[in-house]
Ligand binder design. Structure first.
Ligand code: SAH
Length: 465
């Protein structure tokens, strides 16, 4: 290690920043996270620094710069934006005995500012000694995903209750208490509901002197989103990283699985359309027995686990086995598909009813009932619709609506092979065949016999986006 990471106490200490432009402002923003007194030495200030000086958050000094101005400073940042000037100022700051950071000149730096993940008071600093800033950013992104936004609040709460716990509990109990707080459902609850309920629960445990035993974690039914891996939620990523075993579906993007711990077991339980390789009962049994063995289980489903995902059946099997479950929502395919074509699922004054429906019923002989929802102002999103295109057209024809419905079909939304097709309902089957549009796809059905809708639904040609 050529550099050694340390957390410096900044409260009330002087930090000098030389420069009045954007580079200086960047350093200033960083230092404003601390409780340091910030002094900026510059002839002039940009608007941001100027307003900070006006509000008293920083002190602006215009006097000619001498080594004396750096004496006693905890840190000095040289950031004028001019490398030559920075080198001269570096000498003055060193003459004043300061620890100096010169922007973009590592050879002149006594201290380097790390990449920071800020969950104050929890702070993670990442440094690569200037060798790989891109890697530092990647590590930062990964950690940002895993450390929930409210983690700092939980740490601060623990800090406030530390004395109370020390008065009431022995060392062993305190260790168990904080493991209970940071390791399991308490932390999850804090991530969702914040300080109030969690503070009450921790205080009650300290008062009773009995730290709850760690029970099995609930099975997480996690929505993976419709396609690219950055459409899963942060909570979903967190559950993936905690999981010992992940049961995943056919349409889950491989990139999402990469977000799991490397040593997590991944079990494919996909169903091919039409041929149920993995009967639902078998999936339920697998999930239940893994949870009963004490493994942390994620059941990963494409889109949202509550939309055409048979989540309810799995939840019921878990409940019957006395196991708790948690639903982690995801971006459903209709949202992904609408966004992918720059469209909106509802529009004020134009579309006020959104219907999520399926082209395939559990009982294949049953007639679909979405037709009753197809009004002039509704947007009907049909899941699993490609296979049922002929039936959809037929139902529209029977209802006398086939000539007033425009279809937008989006297959593989939010994936590299996304395809979009717009056509009038009578041409649907033929256009799907011509375009080679395959499952998974969402079909949006909209009536064109409403003035607003008619105005915006000029047919467009097939395009791959
Ligand atoms: N739970 C999922 C739906 C699963 S049912 C969700 O909330 O999205 C499977 C159907 O979802 C597919 O037949 C298709 O209609 C739709 N679907 C899933 N991923 C899709 C994607 N990337 N693009 C278009 N449709 C998709």
């Amino acid at each position: 290690m050529k550099t050694f990471p340390m957390f410096l106490t900044m409260t009330g200490r002087r930090v000098v920043i030389v420069g009045g432009g954007e580079q200086a402002a960047q350093k200033c923003r960083l230092m404003l996270k601390t409780e340091a007194q910030i002094e900026v030495l510059a002839d002039g200030l940009d608007v941001e620094l100027h307003s900070l000086a006006k509000s008293g958050r920083i002190v602006w000094t215009r006097a000619p710069i001498t080594p004396a101005q750096f004496e006693g400073a905890a840190l000095v940042f040289v950031a004028t934006g001019c490398p030559g000037q920075d080198a001269c100022l570096h000498m003055l700051a060193k003459a004043g005995g300061a620890v100096v950071n010169v922007v973009d000149q590592p050879d002149l730096c006594d201290a380097i500012t790390p990449s920071i993940i800020d969950r104050d008071p929890v702070v993670v600093a990442i440094g690569t000694e200037g060798t790989a800033p891109v890697l530092a950013r990647q590590i930062k992104t990964r950690l940002e995903e895993t450390l929930e936004p409210r983690l700092g609040d939980l740490a601060a709460l623990a800090g406030r209750l530390r004395g109370f716990a020390a008065d009431r509990l022995g060392p062993r109990q305190r260790r168990d208490l904080w493991a209970w707080v940071f390791n399991g459902p308490v932390r999850d609850q804090h991530a969702q509901d914040g300080d109030a309920p969690v503070a009450a629960a921790i205080k009650a445990v300290i008062t009773s002197g009995k730290v709850p035993e760690k029970g099995p974690a609930p099975v997480a039914l996690v929505g993976a989103g419709p396609g690219s891996s950055d459409l899963i939620t942060l909570r979903g990523v967190q559950r993936l990283q905690e999981a010992d075993v992940i049961f995943y579906d056919r349409l889950v993007d491989p990139g999402v699985l990469e977000l799991a711990r490397r040593d997590a077991e991944r079990v494919y339980v996909g169903k091919e359309p039409g041929c149920h390789t993995w009967p639902q009962d078998r999936i339920n049994n697998l999930v239940v027995s893994a949870a009963l063995r004490g493994q942390r289980v994620v059941r990963l489903k494409c889109g949202d686990p509550g939309v055409f995902a048979r989540g309810a059946e799995e939840a019921e099997a878990l409940a019957e086995a006395g196991l708790a479950y948690e639903i982690v929502p995801g971006v459903t395919a209709a949202s992904g598909a609408a966004a992918a074509v720059g469209g909106f699922l509802t529009e004020r004054g134009k579309t006020d009813t959104l219907v999520l429906t399926t082209g395939r019923k559990a009982d294949a002989n049953e007639r679909p009932d979405w037709i009753q929802h197809l009004s002039a102002r509704s947007n009907v999103a049909v899941y699993m619709g490609v296979q049922s295109a002929a039936q959809i057209t037929e139902v529209l024809r029977e209802a006398g609506l086939v000539d007033v419905v425009q279809v937008t079909a989006v297959s593989n939304a939010q994936r590299a092979n996304q395809k979009v097709l717009e056509c009038a309902a009578p041409d649907l089957v033929e256009q799907i065949a011509q375009a080679g549009l395959a499952s998974p796809a969402i079909l949006f059905l909209r009536r064109t016999d409403d003035a607003h809708v008619a105005a915006r639904s000029a047919p467009v040609a097939l395009r791959a986006v």
